[in-house]
Design a protein around this ligand. Structure first.
Ligand code: ATP
Length: 547
């Protein structure tokens, strides 16, 4: 029931917060309106054109969203730094998640557990033994690849001969990529390649095929890949002065285990803890990914936002809760983060870990293909049982209602902040033309926008105008990240703000000196409304927060 309440409140917030046209003029240009004007229903979002990944990466760097780590030392693969706008956007994602998923719910509370903890946790959870990907090495270049991300195909020709085998990376069009690579070889040999090619995953390659399989992009080196072997993804470190095995520890590869091992602590201290009840956490996670790829989609250091939602046991008791979490999470992604619905999908896992009851991913259509954005797993009572057995401390819950003791089962919605960041940028990315010049605009949901409002004094040199602008800026920046921009003509300043996705620009002009009002311009419609200065803060709050 609680989840329904959240859904309803999100739905009504949506009318206020839809991406696009949120400050649309109700009263016509120049009229002074009350802050309630922000409640207008927004127009439908415009048709979406998927940006290229290079465009997204270049925009993120150019505008100060994301930089490659250690750039002045030629970079450090799989790690990223967030710049002035990126750190704001990331913070907005985390704050909105915490507000909606933890604070606003009476059935969820939060924790903040340590990144490094007893290695016994990772033995019990199965990460030491089994958190690995299959890895192969190029024997010549020493490059490493994930065997489950490489595909190979026999290059059969129309005359019945074979040109050998080609290996390519998994992509949106793996067969197309393999065909392109094979066609080049066929052209050289003066033959015609047969199509379609039959692709096989390298991880499942038959022993007989291995000596003929070349590394990707090196068809002239058949058999130059090692056999796949398991590579544990956990980063290890040592704690304290001793460097022997007793000091070995790991950087956590997920935040979830910090929740499980604190289950009893939280159950006995959180006010109103009564199953069903969830514990949420936001924090860094580290995975030594073999092939970090696609920018911040798959990095070696990232942040997760996870909830472990505990339920009483019962054969099918988890099903309704699992379905509700899938629904709630998808709704939140659309309504709180502004993701375009048409870019979201689902993938129901048919291959499950032995302990898992079910797992559904919410997917997102990234420029490099549709991929997991969030996983929502039903994990039974596996983790609590493992920790009970390994620690010898019972993690059973005493149910006051039924007077029974039991190990709860759990539903786990888990999403990466960085992956969601990328989805938010891709979803907001649009191109338009101003005076024949192409430019990109970021149509961020107001809650996500790194800069909420830009205050623009119409002229630079009028003390009265500047005083009003500075006072309004001072007032707004106590609550939100804002900019005061007096440089250049007003059109150029609007454009600058559109490009970084600022939803509102507030212009202070000569009339402001007489009527105590300012002009508020909407990024998406470019419509303008005139507001009393004292109404600006509540207007912005309503737009950003939804109340
Ligand atoms: P994938 O199959 O993409 O490796 P996963 O199924 O291993 O992901 P989980 O262990 O379920 O991922 O982690 C939960 C969430 O954490 C994922 O849905 C994703 O949003 C995020 N995530 C996982 N690995 C990474 C990574 N290397 N970089 C960025 N985010 C990640």
């Amino acid at each position: 029931m609680r989840a329904m309440t959240v859904l309803l409140s999100l739905a009504s917030a949506r009318a206020l917060q839809r991406v696009g046209g949120f400050a649309r003029s109700l009263c016509g240009r120049g009229a002074t309106v009350a802050p309630e004007a922000a409640t207008v229903e927004a127009p439908a979002p415009s048709a979406y054109v998927m940006p290229k990944m290079e465009e997204v990466v270049s925009l993120c760097k150019k505008r100060g969203f994301v930089f490659g780590s250690s750039e002045i030392y030629n970079g450090f693969n799989g790690f990223y730094d967030y710049g002035p706008l990126g750190s704001e956007l990331k913070r907005n994602i985390k704050e909105r998640w915490w507000r909606d998923m933890v604070r606003a719910r009476d059935d969820v509370c939060g924790v903040d557990s340590s990144i490094i903890a007893s290695p016994k946790i990772w033995e019990a959870s199965g990460h030491v033994g089994g958190f690995s990907d299959p890895m192969v090495d190029d024997k010549t270049t020493k490059k490493r690849y994930r065997a489950d991300q490489l595909f190979y195909a026999e290059l059969a020709c129309d005359d019945g001969s074979s040109l050998g085998i080609v290996t390519v990376f998994e992509s949106e069009d793996t067969e197309g990529d393999a065909y392109k690579a094979g066609k080049k070889l066929a052209k050289k040999a003066g033959k015609t390649l047969s199509r379609p090619l039959v692709l096989k995953c390298l991880e499942d390659a038959a022993d007989g095929d291995r000596p003929r399989i070349p590394p990707p992009d090196a068809p002239d080196r058949p058999g130059d890949l090692t056999a796949p072997r398991d590579f544990n993804l956990m980063f290890s470190t040592s704690v304290g002065a001793a460097e022997d095995n007793s000091a070995a520890a790991y950087l956590r590869p997920e935040t979830a285990q910090g929740i499980f091992v604190n289950f009893k602590n939280v159950a006995s201290t959180a006010r109103g803890f009564k199953l069903p009840y969830g514990i949420g956490q936001i924090g860094k996670a580290f995975r030594n990914e073999i092939t970090p790829r696609n920018f911040i989609f798959r990095s070696r250091e990232f942040e997760q936002m996870e909830i472990e939602y505990f339920l009483p046991p019962g054969d099918d008791a988890w099903r309704a809760s699992h379905a509700r979490w899938i629904d709630d999470c998808r709704t939140w992604l659309v309504e709180a983060c502004g993701l375009r619905e048409e870019l979201l999908g689902f993938e129901v896992h048919d291959k499950l870990a032995h302990y898992a009851l079910a797992c559904t991913d919410i997917t997102f259509k990234f420029p490099f293909g549709e991929q997991e954005l969030q996983g929502i797993a039903a994990r039974g009572s596996f983790d609590l049982k493992q920790h009970t057995d390994a620690s010898g401390k019972s993690l059973e819950y005493f149910d006051d209602g039924t007077k029974e003791k039991y190990l709860p089962q759990v539903i786990e919605p888990s999403i990466g902040v960085d992956r969601l960041f990328l989805a938010v940028v891709c979803s907001a990315f649009e191109e338009d033309e101003v005076n024949g010049e192409k430019r990109s605009v970021l149509k961020f949901h107001p809650a996500m926008a790194p800069v909420k409002v830009a205050i623009l004094p119409l002229v630079k040199k009028d003390a009265g105008i500047n005083d009003i602008a500075a006072a309004l800026y001072g007032d707004l920046k106590k609550r939100y990240n804002c900019q005061l921009d007096a440089a250049g003509n007003i059109g150029r300043r609007y454009r600058r703000q559109d490009e970084i996705g600022t939803p509102l620009c507030v212009t202070v002009d000569f009339d402001s000196l007489d009527d105590g009002a300012v002009t508020v311009r909407d990024r998406d419609t470019t419509d303008q409304v005139r507001l009393k200065i004292e109404d600006v803060v509540p207007y912005v709050t309503k737009l950003v927060e939804g109340y």
